[in-house]
Design a binder for this molecule. Structure first.
Ligand SMILES: Cc1cc2nc3c(=O)[nH]c(=O)nc-3n(C[C@H](O)[C@H](O)[C@H](O)COP(=O)(O)OP(=O)(O)OC[C@H]3O[C@@H](n4cnc5c(N)ncnc54)[C@H](O)[C@@H]3O)c2cc1C
Length: 423
């Protein structure tokens, strides 16, 4: 991977690795069991700058490139996916829409508290009737004076409870379908104010809190249990025009762009999970003896580990390449979908394989691999299900084939049909 990584990347990786070993690994299992949000570690991550890695320094971030951010998410996920999704959802879903599509005033007002980790952010797209088909958004935004009145609800929203700044979509022009969707910045107070205050972050008094925006009950999830997921209600919530993000009708297209970036983050998170499971399995295989030999001497175990290592290498190339394209301003939508698709499925395979290598021990909470398997599953669902990733990739490859065909000129001017197939 040296071709992608600079000495600064390696140093950042090492810093996050040490933090994850010291502060995350000892509490990961307890957090999974209790579902407690890890405010103490969020504070530590904020102090390290990890909640604003790709945000420009002028807005309070670390000013690093996309690959740096990807490395942070991957490193955290090797030890705990809940910490990794907290950083990932906050950065790509919470902060980046404002950074990418906000006015200078919106950036100045909302990005610094997000980038410093003073408050957490999130993104509300999914609704009860609009999941994979996000264009089916029902939340309405109706003009009212100098602003809009929002009504509706968003489900499965990461940080809906513990976060304070959100970008949400709502329909401003119902007849225009996806082109009638607009996005807005809304603020609500953290529901865990006391706990957050005790660690010294999680709330910013100066935010324009919107009456009528509130969080529902915490979802009881299979994995990512220490990550906060809830419904976000928008009830007769009046939002000033100054908090409309981008032009009317741009909300859907902007969210799609946000998801392209988010997918590289989920790929990195999946990669970290797969690597964490692999590392546990290889250590165990080296220690465990059966039939008078270490189990890694058995060829079936070696082959399983060899396949895992090969797929990890492939997944890392896909993910780092997508981040590399993004940081150079090149198109990366297809590559991000490929990385997310491949790595999330790899995370499922690798965590299941790790459980198999650990045998009965892998099926208990004495080892982290069963938690990693539960954490991996949602990577095939969030930020566009893997069926949706295949649709995205399919559209890209078909378009590329059509473009190649068009570049070859009209059929009549070419060699006999069938001599060279476009596929
Ligand atoms: C832990 C967690 C955190 C989340 N965080 C957020 C968040 O912060 N913000 C946010 O907005 N959302 C969030 N989500 C929502 C997530 O993005 C959606 O769950 C996801 O997009 C799928 O939507 P859905 O659950 O409604 O499934 P559905 O769209 O109902 O899909 C059900 C099944 O049908 C398949 N399907 C649907 N359409 C097609 C098609 N055209 N072709 C083939 N198959 C299809 C799907 O792939 C899936 O297998 C989160 C979800 C979870 C579980």
């Amino acid at each position: 991977m040296e071709r992608y990584l600079t000495p600064e990347h390696v140093r950042l990786q090492e810093r996050v690795r040490r933090f994850a070993l010291d502060a995350i690994e000892p509490v990961a299992s307890e957090l999974d069991e209790t579902g407690r949000f890890p405010w103490e570690n969020v504070r530590a991550m904020a102090e390290m700058g990890l909640l604003g890695v790709p945000v420009p320094r002028a807005l309070g971030g670390m000013g690093l490139d996309d690959l740096s951010y990807i490395l942070v998410v991957e490193e955290l996920a090797k030890h705990d996916a809940s910490h990794a999704i907290t950083v990932s959802a906050h950065t790509t879903l919470g902060t980046s829409p404002i950074l990418s599509f906000g006015s200078e005033e919106q950036k100045r007002r909302f990005v610094p508290p997000l980038a410093s980790g003073e408050v957490l952010g999130g993104f509300g797209l999914t609704e009860p009737d609009a999941g994979s088909d996000a264009s089916g958004t029902r939340t309405r935004a109706v003009r009212d004076g100098d602003g809009y009145r929002l009504d509706g609800s968003k489900i499965f929203i990461t940080h809906a409870g513990v976060g304070e700044i959100f970008t949400v979509t709502a329909v401003t022009e119902p007849k225009r379908g996806a082109r009638g969707i607009t996005s807005f910045i809304v603020c609500k107070p953290n529901v865990e104010l006391e706990r957050a205050r005790s660690v010294g972050l999680g709330h910013h008094d100066g935010l324009p809190f919107t009456e009528g925006v509130r969080a529902g009950a915490r979802e009881d999830k299979m994995g990512w249990r220490a990550s906060d997921t809830r419904e976000l209600y928008l009830e007769n919530a009046w939002v000033p025009e100054a908090q409309r993000l981008g032009a009317e009708g741009q909300g859907f297209i902007n969210f799609m762009k946000t998801l392209d970036s988010g997918r590289i983050g989920i790929a990195a998170l999946s990669l970290g999970l797969a690597q964490g499971a692999f590392d546990t399995a290889i250590r165990y295989a080296h220690e465990r003896e059966q039939f008078g030999r270490r189990i890694w001497d058995f060829q079936q175990i070696q082959f399983r580990l060899a396949d895992m290592a090969t797929e990890l290498e492939a997944g890392r190339h896909l993910t780092y390449h997508a981040a590399w394209l993004k940081s150079r301003g090149r198109p990366f939508s297809k590559e991000a979908a490929m990385a997310k698709l491949f790595c999330s499925e790899l995370a499922m395979r690798a965590t299941l394989d790790a459980i198999q290598i650990l045998g009965g021990a892998g099926y208990t909470s004495d080892y982290p691999v069963e938690r990693m398997m539960r954490d991996a599953k949602v990577c095939e669902i969030g930020e566009g299900t893997n069926e949706v990733q295949r649709l995205v990739i399919g559209r890209h490859v078909l378009q590329e084939a059509l473009d190649r065909e068009a570049a070859r000129g009209p059929i009549s001017a070419r060699e006999p049909a069938g001599a060279t197939a476009p596929w």
